[in-house]
Design a binder for this molecule. Structure first.
Ligand code: ZN
Length: 434
């Protein structure tokens, strides 16, 4: 098993405190930290650019925010938690009564110690998020408060990170994560960090990769939409992808199926869980969720899956200050990273070949393909090397993928791939790119 635990720990602590949103310097700072590990391009899409039915919003930045009581004591301070301010809050500098302030205070009664995460991206507004405990102990009905938010909403740009890792084929897989959440660890830092180390591993193995990988770090929704709009042609050629998020919690593993339930990517995820003897929950495709919503839209129809550990919506700490570095541990993330790498390794080998000798069998001995060991079964399988060669040639008519063949023979795709590479080197089969 790979061991990135220490590196994950370092990156978690570097990225966690940064105030991110759908735009702003926090996103750039985060992308630049990631850039120290993998060579991403940071791309800026300008405010006002039309992207399908949307347009890139103004850039939001925030320096400070607080609420003071009538004694002049800071009772809520953005410097203690960047979740205290509703993301995209407009600037405020005003004294007001509790009544006036009340409608701009957000808390969760059922989780009295948690500061909720709230946003107001497309509706100009401001607000503070506080724990219910703070609401009860720090605020009084007939008090006056001084409210200060030093934020700005200006023409600027939306930042995304992009890395294209080229393999032997131009056929691409998409790997997408989102960088728009402030200090929360499972949603969405776990996805950002897992994606970063996936990219690092893919770069190490680049010479062997059969597919190319388009890796993007985007703010959720608007970032994915902007990326699709600016890269429509290449995105339309992609059939499969991973949307990586909420994968480092303490609860159960699970996976969200891609829009086409029977797609090989869903089956491979299940294979990986089973091979690792991991119990998992299955979440059928749902139009709510993350950026698979954009990638699965009619114009793109990319089959995207998500391996999760404490999936969004499913854990009580979700979208609160309790989704923190106590909740997400580097060891858990390393385990998920390992599963994702196993998944990608299988996905990468899923190629379609065509037998160049369709008329009767090839003479194996002439091509030095007749196994010297005869009919001995391969370890942990019910097939011999000869079976794999013969069945592969039988199926390889340009429609069956290596994964299809592996399922029919009930062996791991790696075994089929190994023989296919030999057949390919002897020019008996050739790759088909859809
Ligand atoms: Zn979220």
């Amino acid at each position: 098993m790979i061991n990135y635990t220490k590196d994950i720990e370092v990156l978690l602590h570097k990225l966690y405190p940064i105030t991110r949103s759908i735009t702003g310097d926090g996103n750039r700072d985060s992308l630049n930290i990631i850039k120290e590990l993998i060579p991403i391009n940071v791309i800026e899409y300008p405010t006002g650019q039309n992207v399908y039915d949307w347009s890139i919003p103004k850039e939001w930045n925030i320096k400070d925010a607080w609420i003071k009581n009538s004694k002049g004591e800071k009772i809520i301070d953005f410097k203690n938690s960047n979740l205290h301010v509703v993301s995209y809050s407009t600037p405020v500098n005003k004294k007001m009564s509790f009544d006036e302030l009340k409608s701009n205070l957000h808390f969760i009664k059922e989780l009295p110690q948690a500061i909720p995460y709230r946003t107001s991206y497309y509706n100009e507004n401001w607000g503070f998020c506080i724990s219910y405990d703070e609401y009860q102990t720090l605020f009084c009905e007939d008090e006056y408060y001084e409210v200060f938010i030093d934020s700005s909403l200006k023409d600027g740009s939306l930042s995304i990170g992009e890395l294209l890792i080229k393999g032997k084929s131009e056929k691409e897989y998409l790997i997408s994560c989102y960088i728009c959440h402030p200090s929360m660890a499972n949603d969405s830092l776990s996805g950002v960090i897992t994606t970063t180390f996936i990219a690092k591993e893919l770069l190490k193995k680049q010479a062997e990769l059969e597919h190319s990988y388009r890796i993007v770090f985007v703010p959720e929704t608007i970032g994915a939409i902007s990326y699709c709009a600016n890269n429509e042609k290449v995105m339309k050629k992609i059939d499969n992808g991973l949307v990586i998020t909420t994968c480092g919690g303490q609860g159960d593993f699970g996976y969200k199926q891609s829009w086409e339930k029977t797609n090989f990517i869903n089956q491979i995820v299940e294979d990986v869980f089973k091979q690792n003897k991991i119990e998992f929950k299955t979440y059928p495709f749902d139009i709510h969720g993350s950026d698979e919503r954009q990638y699965s839209s009619q114009g793109f129809k990319i089959n995207c899956t998500t391996i999760s550990k404490d999936k969004y919506y499913e854990y009580k700490e979700y979208h609160t200050s309790l989704d923190n570095l106590d909740f997400v541990k580097a060891e858990n993330l390393n385990k998920t990273l390992d599963l994702y790498l196993q998944l990608i390794e299988k996905m990468d080998k899923n190629i379609i070949y065509k037998n160049l000798y369709p008329n009767c069998e090839v003479m194996l001995s002439k091509h030095d393909l007749y196994p010297k060991t005869g009919g001995a079964l391969l370890p942990n399988t019910n097939v011999s090397q000869l079976d794999i060669i013969l069945w592969s040639l039988y199926y390889m008519d340009g429609t069956y993928s290596l994964y299809d063949i592996s399922k029919r023979l009930d062996v791991d795709i790696a075994l089929i791939y190994k023989e296919a590479k030999i057949l390919e080197s002897k020019q008996i089969i050739e790759k088909i790119y859809e």
